[in-house]
Design a protein around this ligand. Structure first.
Ligand code: SF4
Length: 321
């Protein structure tokens, strides 16, 4: 069982180590909070590691220490569950940077307050940069905002990782309030119409022009009219398998160790809660869903036989009805 608020990091010679990552809005940290990190790392033999999401992870921890560590830190975990707003990365902007054109700290902290850990169709990352140098890497975030002399430019659909995608510019030159309102509109549209897929995958599936037309029409209609201008195509109930990922699993087949995750959730979508219940939340990630069940189970430190039994219980029972 995964300790509450911790991630499994490594299994070495059968021994598991865990990491905790407290939420640090904007990466700002007070000296007294830094002292708590240092104290916990010393007391529990942890290693401190800066993350790409402007946080400080404490790793190399034992399961039995996790509850005490959270109590001593007095902080909240950065992550709630897999498919949520994972991070809001904020550059220093006009508050601290000589090149800043807009107040990225003010906007970024407001976005963090509104969205962090909110449930989404897949993981969602936001980047806010105070000028076109884009030090928060807004162009590879699901939602990126970049300050210019004219206001804020808003980008959508960026991602890094194994399948990188540069974001598309949606609109330029918005003021602070309209930027927040547009992002509310984007998020509402994504939540309403997307499958288990990153925002960029969703845009590629329905087409950028449709996405732009629908979102900007809803935005122009005002905050009380988030509905799209035209009906979106009926979303498929499950994500499509990545190219070449199918193993031939079909309805009625038993799920096996070499079954590909994408095939399992395509043929038996009712198994999605089972996979999530085992802590396998990366169901919107093409790399993860292209893996065989046995490999994915190993990465998550799970016993594959136990997982297969739980999946087949749901899948084959549904099939017999
Ligand atoms: S993006 Fe611009 S404002 Fe922000 S830290 Fe970089 S140079 Fe400074």
């Amino acid at each position: 069982m995964l300790p509450k608020g911790a991630n499994l990091q490594k299994i070495r010679n059968g021994t598991r180590t865990y990491a905790v990552t407290p939420h640090l809005p904007g990466g700002f940290v007070k000296p007294e909070v830094l002292e708590k990190y240092a104290h916990v790392a010393r007391e529990y033999g942890g290693t401190l590691k800066l993350t790409s999401a402007q946080r400080i992870m404490i790793t190399g921890l034992k399961a039995e220490d996790i509850d005490n560590i959270w109590a001593e830190l007095g902080m909240q975990p950065a992550m709630g569950f897999a498919n949520c707003v994972r991070s809001v990365k904020i550059c220093p902007g006009i508050a601290f940077c000589k090149r800043g054109k807009q107040d990225s700290v003010k906007l970024g902290l407001e976005l963090d307050r509104r969205y962090i850990k909110k449930e989404m169709p897949s993981r969602l990352k936001i980047g806010v940069s105070g000028c076109p140098n884009s030090c928060s890497e807004a162009i590879i975030k699901d939602i990126g905002v970049i300050g210019t002399d004219e206001g804020w430019d808003v980008y959508v659909g960026g991602s890094a990782g194994a399948h990188p995608r540069l974001a598309d510019k949606l609109i330029a030159g918005l003021d602070y309030d309209d930027t927040l309102r547009l992002i509310d509109t984007i998020v509402a549209y994504y939540k309403k119409h997307a499958d288990i897929e990153r925002l960029g995958q969703f845009i590629d599936r329905i087409g950028l022009e449709k996405f732009r037309a629908d979102v900007l029409a809803a935005f122009a209609a005002g905050p009380a009219a988030p509905a799209p201008a035209a009906p979106a195509p009926a979303p498929a109930s499950v994500p499509t398998a990545p190219a070449g990922g199918e193993t031939g699993l079909k309805a009625g087949d038993a799920i096996a160790a070499d079954s590909i995750i994408a095939d399992i959730i395509r043929v038996y979508p009712e198994t999605i809660p089972v996979l999530r219940g085992f802590g396998m939340g990366c169901l919107g990630c093409p790399s993860a869903t292209g893996e065989a069940l046995e490999k994915a189970a190993g990465i998550h430190g799970l016993e594959v036989r136990e997982l297969i039994t739980a999946l087949n219980k749901v899948a084959l029972k549904e099939e017999q009805q």
